[in-house]
Design a protein around this ligand. Structure first.
Ligand SMILES: NC(=O)c1ccc[n+]([C@@H]2O[C@H](COP(=O)([O-])OP(=O)(O)OC[C@H]3O[C@@H](n4cnc5c(N)ncnc54)[C@H](OP(=O)(O)O)[C@@H]3O)[C@@H](O)[C@H]2O)c1
Length: 275
C-alpha cells in the first residue's frame, strides 16, 4: 500500500516510452507504463523487460473518462495515490488533414487539452505529499500563445486566470473557427500549438492552486517541452533521440525531496522558458 509509484500516459512509444525507460532506471518504486491499446502497451513492457527493465502495465485511454476513473481508483487502492504523474499522451493531426479547421481544433483539443485536464482533475487529489506532476506540453505552446490576439495573450499570461476561464477561451477557438472563414495559417499544427498553449496555462493555474491549497505538501507541478524528438509524431529529421527527449520530463519527475522550484513553469532543456 505504501510503496511509491510513477505513472506515465502514452508510454508505449516515442518520448513516453523513453520516460518510462529512464524512470525504471532511476525511480525508487513501481513504474507504470500506461497505454490506450493493451497489445501495444504490453509489447512495450516486454521490450523493456528484454533490456532488464521492469515496468508494470495498466490500460489507460485518456480520451475515455471511465478509463481514467478506473485507473485513478486502481492507484488509490493499491498505492494510496501516486508519487509521480507524467501526462505525456497527445496527438498531432497530419498536415493536409482534410477536415475543416474547426474539426481539427476539436479533435486535437479533445486529447491534448481536455483529456489531459480530465487526467489532472481525477489524479491531482491522489498526488501524495512530495509528489511530482509533469505535463508534457511543447515549446510550440509559446508559438500558439504568440498566434493569439494581444488581449488574449495577456489573459494567458495573467496570474488570475481561472481554470473555467481557460476552458471558455479554448472553446472560443473552436466556436470562432465554426463561424469564421478559414485562414491560410489555420492548420493542424496551429491547432496543436493552441492545444499546448492550453496545457501550459492549465499547468500554471494548477500549480498556483497547489501552492494555495496544499502549501505544506511540497508538490511540484510543471509543463515541459522535450525538444524536437524523432518519433512517429515528428519524423526522422528531428534533432533529438527519444532518450534525449526524456531528459527534461524525467528531471522534473525526479526533482529531489525538499526542492521548491521549478513549479508552475514551462521547462525545456532543464531551464525555465519565458512565457
Ligand atoms: N516529438 C516531438 O518533437 C515533440 C515536441 C514537443 C512536444 N512533444 C510532446 O511529447 C509527447 C510525446 O510525443 P511523441 O513525439 O512521443 O509522440 P508519439 O510517438 O506520437 O506518441 C504519442 C503517444 O501518446 C499516445 N496517445 C495518444 N492518444 C492517447 C490517448 N487518448 N490515450 C492514451 N495514450 C494516447 C500514443 O498512443 P498510440 O500508440 O496508441 O497512438 C503514443 O503512445 C506529446 O505530448 C507531444 O505533444 C513532442
Amino acid at each position: 500500500m505504501s510503496s511509491r509509484v510513477a505513472v506515465v500516459t502514452g508510454g508505449n512509444k516515442g518520448v513516453g516510452l523513453a520516460i518510462v525507460q529512464a524512470l525504471c532506471k532511476q525511480f525508487q518504486g513501481d513504474v507504470y507504463l500506461t497505454a490506450r491499446d493493451v497489445g501495444r502497451g504490453q509489447a512495450a513492457v516486454e521490450s523493456l523487460s528484454s533490456q532488464g527493465l521492469n515496468a508494470k502495465f495498466r490500460q489507460l485511454d485518456i480520451d475515455n473518462l471511465n478509463s481514467i476513473t478506473a485507473a485513478a481508483a486502481f492507484f488509490k487502492e493499491n498505492y494510496g495515490g501516486v508519487d509521480v504523474l507524467v501526462n505525456n499522451a497527445a496527438i498531432l493531426l497530419k498536415a493536409g488533414d482534410p477536415n475543416p479547421y474547426s474539426v481539427q481544433l476539436d479533435v486535437t483539443f479533445k486529447t491534448n487539452f481536455y483529456a489531459t485536464r480530465d487526467m489532472l482533475t481525477h489524479f491531482m487529489p491522489l498526488v501524495k505529499a512530495g509528489g511530482r506532476v509533469v505535463n508534457v506540453s511543447s515549446g510550440l505552446s509559446i508559438t500558439g500563445l504568440k498566434q493569439c490576439e494581444p488581449a488574449l495573450q495577456q489573459r494567458f499570461r495573467s496570474e488570475d486566470i481561472t481554470e473555467d476561464e481557460l476552458v471558455g477561451l479554448m472553446q472560443q477557438f473552436v466556436d470562432n473557427a465554426k463561424k469564421g472563414q478559414p485562414k491560410e495559417e489555420d492548420t493542424p499544427l496551429k491547432a496543436y500549438n493552441l492545444s499546448k498553449t492550453g496545457v501550459t496555462v492549465l499547468s500554471m493555474i494548477l500549480a498556483r492552486r497547489l501552492s494555495k491549497e496544499r502549501p505544506n505538501d511540497g508538490i511540484l507541478l510543471n509543463a515541459c517541452c522535450p525538444g524536437w524528438v524523432r518519433t512517429d509524431m515528428t519524423g526522422p529529421e528531428a534533432t533529438k533521440s527519444p532518450e534525449e527527449g526524456a531528459i527534461t520530463p524525467v528531471y522534473l519527475a525526479l526533482l529531489p525531496p525538499g526542492a521548491t522550484e521549478p513549479h508552475g513553469k514551462l521547462v525545456s532543456d532543464k531551464a525555465v522558458r519565458e512565457w
